[in-house]
Design a protein around this ligand. Structure first.
Ligand code: FMN
Ligand code: 7N5
Length: 390
């Protein structure tokens, strides 16, 4: 009998192919991409023009080496942290991304369920496939939501969106600052994406303004994104109409970090929009140090762009970020298996991050610092980041 059971188990094992195992976010990307339509794949898995920044984001982590400490009793390691006064399982949230309905019929509603199951906070895009009020109840009270917004050409739209977000209980606004105009993505011209999505009534939050005759995504975005947006005009205005926290998303320099502090925002998200706006800007992990240095601890710094491994999250925290966000991994989880796929992705990153902490000899997120990182110098020798001449 026991032999029979072994034979059955062995037969099952040989039937399983390597690609049936989802052991990493990279595995998930591959499996999900097979399930997505060509249009969806081309929209999600790409960046602006030559895609230099899109490819740089995940690769840039490799320049940092980890400097572990051993024999540190990590049995009680705790990867949790506190954001907006609420303890979260690890320093990760989900970035706002448009049109989850392209990945799954339940769109953001399923993403919200997946996030709630893993207790991870979620950003929701202005360009969501469902109106915000339909999404929130799927996780209400379980997680915090961030409302991603633009400065809209029609200021009554800006005001209405802000007031609606506040009424719905969003914790913060993520004001997308890196998109006064939409970046150039060649796939969307080739596959005529705008024509497909306007037909399917894509942007219910702001749909009244959408003209069905538009066939170009960039033209369409000019209806919702105001190229005249500015620190001086718009931040004080937002401040005057809401008590929600205001985070500026898309900062990449020390100058803009200082500007954000001067304008009194609550924090910044170091982001290059996943390489989808200006091609040629640095990977976000490379822009982070100058922003951290400029901020001098005065405001929280979040970051997104290319985070695919628990060790990537560790490196950003070591360089001074307070929390990391992921965009595409949530879309891949959603396309792969709805809410359960989102939850699976978040648990995978949680476990990887915790294991990284343990193998690094860290027991709490507060302990993680630059002393845990090293780089190779130009002669190929390792130098501690703290003392390296870069
Ligand atoms: C398909 C897609 C749609 C996005 N839509 C928005 C959006 O509507 N608003 C926004 O501020 N950022 C948007 N982003 C950028 C994300 O918020 C985030 O900055 C980026 O995805 C992070 O990089 P990652 O995907 O490598 O994690 C989008 C990104 C993707 C991939
Ligand atoms: C017109 C939708 C644009 C959403 C966006 O910001 C992105 O695709 O990166």
């Amino acid at each position: 009998m026991a032999n029979e059971a072994v034979k059955v188990a062995e037969a099952e094992l040989t039937q399983k192919k390597d690609e049936d195992y989802i052991l990493s976010v990279d595995d998930l990307e591959k499996a999900a991409s097979k399930k997505m339509s060509k249009l969806t794949r081309e929209y999600y898995n790409s960046g602006a023009t030559y895609q230099q920044t899109y490819f740089a984001n995940p690769r840039a982590f490799e320049k940092y080496l980890l400097r572990p400490r051993v024999l540190s009793n990590v049995a009680a390691c705790d990867p949790s942290t506190v954001i907006f006064g609420r303890r979260i399982p690890f320093p990760l949230c989900v970035s706002p991304t448009a049109l989850h309905g392209m990945a799954h019929p339940d769109g953001e509603k399923a993403t919200a369920r997946g996030c709630a199951a893993a207790n991870v906070n979620m950003g929701i895009s202005t360009y969501s496939s469902f109106v915000w009020e339909e999404i929130i109840p799927h996780a209400k009270g379980k997680i915090d939501f961030f409302a991603q917004m633009y400065i809209y050409p029609d200021k009554t739209v800006t005001k209405n969106m802000v007031l609606k977000a506040e009424k719905l209980g969003f914790k913060a606004i993520l004001l997308t600052a890196d998109a006064p105009i939409l970046g150039t993505r060649w796939n969307e011209t080739r596959n005529q994406m705008a024509a497909h999505i306007t037909k399917q009534n894509p942007f219910p939050n702001i749909t009244d303004a959408v003209s069905n005759s538009l066939t170009n995504l960039e033209d369409m975005a000019t209806l919702f994104q105001d190229a005249s947006q500015s620190w001086e005009r718009d931040i004080p205005y937002l401040r005057s109409i809401t008590k929600m926290k205001i985070f500026v998303k898309g900062v990449l320099t020390a100058e803009d970090t200082l500007k954000a502090i001067e304008c009194g925002v609550d924090g910044i998200v170091v982001s290059n929009h996943g390489g989808r706006q200006l091609d040629g800007v640095p990977a976000t992990i490379d822009a982070l140090p100058e922003c951290v240095e400029a901020a001098k601890g005065r405001i929280p710094i979040f970051i997104d762009g290319g985070f695919r491994r628990g060790s990537d999250i560790f490196k950003a925290i070591a360089l001074g970020a307070d929390c990391v966000f992921v965009g595409r991994p949530a879309l891949w989880g959603l396309a792969y298996n709805g809410a359960a796929g989102v939850e699976m992705m978040l648990r995978m990153l949680h476990d990887e991050f915790k294991k990284t902490m343990q193998l690094m000899g860290c027991n709490s997120v507060k302990e993680i610092s630059r002393k845990h990182l090293a780089v190779l110098n130009s002669r190929g020798f390792m130098e501690r980041l703290e003392t390296a001449k870069l």
